[in-house]
Design a protein around this ligand. Structure first.
Ligand code: TEU
Length: 548
C-alpha cells in the first residue's frame, strides 16, 4: 500500500552538492560523494534528499543559473552518476527531489542565446523585454542581487528583465510555449524516477503586464504572487504533477498564511507545501537582510503560532531553520559559543521538529555547525554578498567593519562551507572551493557518530520519536506564555494525548511559570542529563519534551 501523503511523514535533508563531499579532489563536492555518504544519511533517519541544482550551469549563482535542464554539470559528475545515485536511494527506500529553477534560466541557455539575437527571433517571447525610457531602464526596480533589474541588450536595442543577476534572465511564463517546455522537462525527470521538486522562487513567476515604477524601487509588490501564478501552477499540476506519486514544495519569499493555503491547501490542486520566510526574516531592517541583530523570541513564537494554527487542517507546514541561503541555525537562533553550541543546537532541534509539518534539515545542521566567522571579503564567494558589499561600502552607506560583521552574521556563504566529516575536514583531498572558516573543526561527523551525546545522535532520536508519535503528525498546537522573553513552550494535543515542549532560548536559567510545568512524568527527550536538571526551572538552552 502506498500512502499518497507519504511526504507528511518524510524527513527531508537538503544537500548543497558543492559543499557536501568531494571524491575527485577538485575541491568541489560531487554526485559520487553523495553516493559515498548514503549510509550516514540513512543512519540519521533521512527519507528524502532535496538536491540543490546539479544541472549544466556557468555557476554565476552556484547552479541557480541553468544552461541545460537535462544535463549534469561535469563539476558534479555525469548522468550515469546521477542515475546511480537515484537507484541507490530507491533501493534503500529513500527518495530524491530535484531543485526546479524555472523563474529564470542562465543567460547562457540556448533559449536566451537565441532570444537576444534579434527582435524577430523565435525565442524572443521566452523572456521579458521592454523599451528603455530616454536612455534609462524601463522602470526603477532594483534586482535582488543589486543594481537595476534591467539589462540593455545591444542587438535588439531594448532591455530584458532579471530579478536576480543579469546572467539570470526571467522567463516569460505568459508564453504557452515556455510553459510547455518546462512541463516537458519536468516529465523527463519524473519519468527518470525522481520523486518531486523543490521549486525555486515559484511565487515570482508571474509578472504583471504593466511594470510600473515603485516608490522604493521594490519589485516585490508586483512580482510576488503575481496575477497569473495560480493559473500556471494549476496547469502544471493538471498536466504534470498529478500524474505522478511525488512531493512538491514551493519556495515562496513574501508568503502569507492566506496565500499559502491557495498555493498548498489540501485541495488547492497546486503544490503540497511552501517554504515561507517569516521566521527567518524577523531581523530584516533598514539595510534589508544585512544586520547583526538577534531574532526577538516573542516575535519568533508569534510567527510559528500563526503558521501552526493558521494552516492546521487546511495545509501543511515546512519546518526549517536554515538552507543554503540562510546563516547557520545555531548562530542565528541559538548560541554558538563553545559552552552552549551543542546544547542550543539540540534545543533548536526539539523546538522545531515537534511541530506539525515536514522536517527539512540543511546539511551540517545535524552536527550543530556554526557560521564560519569569515572576517574578510576575500573569503566570500556568493554573488549576493559580494554585490551587497560593493553597494553598501563603496557608496559609504556602511563602513567596512560593519558590513563585514553583517556578512559574517547573515551572508549566504555561512551555510555553504564544506561539510565537516572528520577532525581534519574530510570533505576533499584538494583545496576546498570555499574555506571551512575558523574554530569549527571540533564539529565533525566522525566524532559525533561515536558519541551518544552528540548533536547528531540527538537529531536521530528526535526524528525517531516524531515517527513513533502520531500526535506529532496530527496534533493541534497551542503556544504558552507568548510574551515570555526566553522560554518557548508549546503543547500539542491529539486523541487524549498531550505533548509538552519546553525550550529555553537564553544562557540564563529560567523559572518555569506554573502553567508550563508538567504535572508528572519524565521527559521523552532532553538535552541535559537527569541529574543536572532542576525541578521548576530550565537551565541555559535546556529543552525537555514530555508526554502527559
Ligand atoms: O532564492 C530566492 C531568494 O529569495 C533568495 O534570493 C533570497 O532573497 C536571498 O537568498 C536571501 O538572502 C532562490 C535560491 O534559493 C537562491 O539560492 C538563488 O540564488 C535564487 O533563488 C535565484 O535562483
Amino acid at each position: 500500500m502506498t500512502d499518497k501523503n507519504w511526504w507528511k511523514n518524510a524527513v527531508v535533508y537538503q544537500i548543497y552538492p558543492r559543499s557536501f563531499q568531494d571524491m575527485d579532489g577538485d575541491g568541489i563536492g560531487d554526485l559520487r560523494g553523495i553516493i559515498e555518504r548514503l549510509d550516514y544519511l540513512e543512519k540519521l533517519g533521512v527519507d528524502v534528499i532535496w538536491l540543490s541544482p546539479v544541472y549544466a550551469s556557468p555557476m554565476v549563482d552556484n547552479g541557480y543559473d541553468i544552461s541545460d535542464y537535462r544535463a549534469i554539470n561535469p563539476l558534479f559528475g555525469t548522468m550515469e552518476d546521477f542515475d546511480e545515485l537515484l537507484s541507490a536511494l530507491h533501493s534503500r527506500g529513500m527518495r530524491l527531489i530535484m531543485d526546479l529553477v524555472v523563474n529564470h534560466t542562465s543567460s547562457e541557455h540556448p533559449w536566451f542565446q537565441e532570444a537576444r539575437k534579434s527582435r524577430d527571433n523565435p525565442y524572443r517571447g521566452y523572456y521579458i523585454w521592454r523599451e528603455g525610457k530616454d536612455g534609462e531602464p524601463p522602470n526603477n526596480w532594483i534586482s535582488w542581487f543589486s543594481g537595476s533589474t534591467w539589462e540593455y541588450n545591444p542587438p535588439t536595442g531594448d532591455y530584458y528583465l532579471h530579478i536576480f543577476a543579469k546572467e539570470q534572465p526571467d522567463l516569460n511564463w505568459r508564453n504557452p510555449k515556455v510553459r510547455e517546455e518546462i512541463f516537458d522537462m519536468m516529465r523527463w525527470w519524473l519519468d527518470k524516477g525522481v520523486d518531486g521538486f523543490r521549486m525555486d522562487v515559484i511565487s515570482l513567476i508571474s509578472k504583471p503586464e504593466e511594470l510600473p515604477d515603485d516608490p522604493r524601487g521594490d519589485l516585490s509588490p508586483y512580482c510576488i504572487n503575481g496575477p497569473h501564478v495560480h493559473e500556471y501552477l494549476r496547469e502544471m499540476n493538471e498536466k504534470v504533477l498529478s500524474k505522478y506519486d511525488i512531493m512538491t514544495v514551493g519556495e515562496c519569499p513574501g508568503m502569507t498564511v492566506e496565500q499559502a493555503k491557495i498555493y498548498a491547501g489540501f485541495d488547492s490542486g497546486e503544490l503540497n507545501m511552501v517554504f515561507q520566510f517569516e521566521h527567518t526574516g524577523l531581523t530584516d531592517g533598514e539595510f534589508g537582510k544585512w544586520t547583526d541583530k538577534k531574532t526577538p523570541l516573542p516575535a519568533l513564537k508569534r510567527v510559528f503560532e500563526k503558521w501552526q494554527t493558521g494552516l492546521f487542517g487546511e495545509s501543511w507546514n515546512s519546518l526549517f531553520w536554515g538552507n543554503h541561503d540562510q546563516p547557520r541555525a545555531v548562530t542565528k537562533f541559538g548560541d554558538h559559543s563553545p559552552e552552549y553550541s551543542d546544547l542550543s543546537a539540540k534545543m533548536l532541534c526539539c523546538c522545531l521538529y515537534f511541530m506539525q509539518g515536514t522536517p527539512y534539515i540543511y546539511q551540517g545542521d545535524e552536527l550543530g555547525t556554526p557560521n564560519p566567522g569569515f572576517d574578510e571579503l576575500a573569503h566570500y564567494r556568493d554573488i549576493e554578498s559580494i554585490n551587497a558589499y560593493r553597494d553598501f561600502v563603496d557608496s559609504g552607506i556602511l563602513d567596512e567593519p560593519t558590513m563585514l560583521r553583517y556578512l559574517a552574521r547573515t551572508g549566504r556563504d555561512n551555510a555553504r562551507t564544506p561539510m565537516q566529516w572528520a577532525p581534519n575536514g574530510g570533505f576533499t583531498t584538494g583545496k576546498p572551493w570555499i574555506s571551512y572558516g575558523g574554530s569549527t573543526r571540533a564539529v565533525n561527523a566522525e566524532m559525533q557518530l561515536q558519541d551518544p551525546d552528540s548533536v547528531f545522535c540527538f537529531y536521530k532520536k528526535v526524528l525517531e520519536l516524531r515517527k513513533s508519535l502520531p500526535l506529532v503528525r496530527e496534533g493541534s498546537f497551542e503556544l504558552l506564555r507568548p510574551e515570555h522573553e526566553s522560554l518557548f513552550v508549546y503543547i500539542r494535543r491529539f486523541e487524549g494525548q498531550t505533548l509538552l515542549v519546553l525550550c529555553n532560548f537564553s544562557a540564563e536559567w529560567v523559572t518555569l511559570p506554573d502553567n508550563c510545568r508538567p504535572a508528572s512524568g519524565t521527559p521523552v527527550i532532553a538535552n541535559y542529563p537527569e541529574t543536572a536538571r532542576l525541578e521548576g526551572a530550565l537551565l541555559p538552552y535546556e529543552c525537555r519534551v514530555y508526554i502527559v
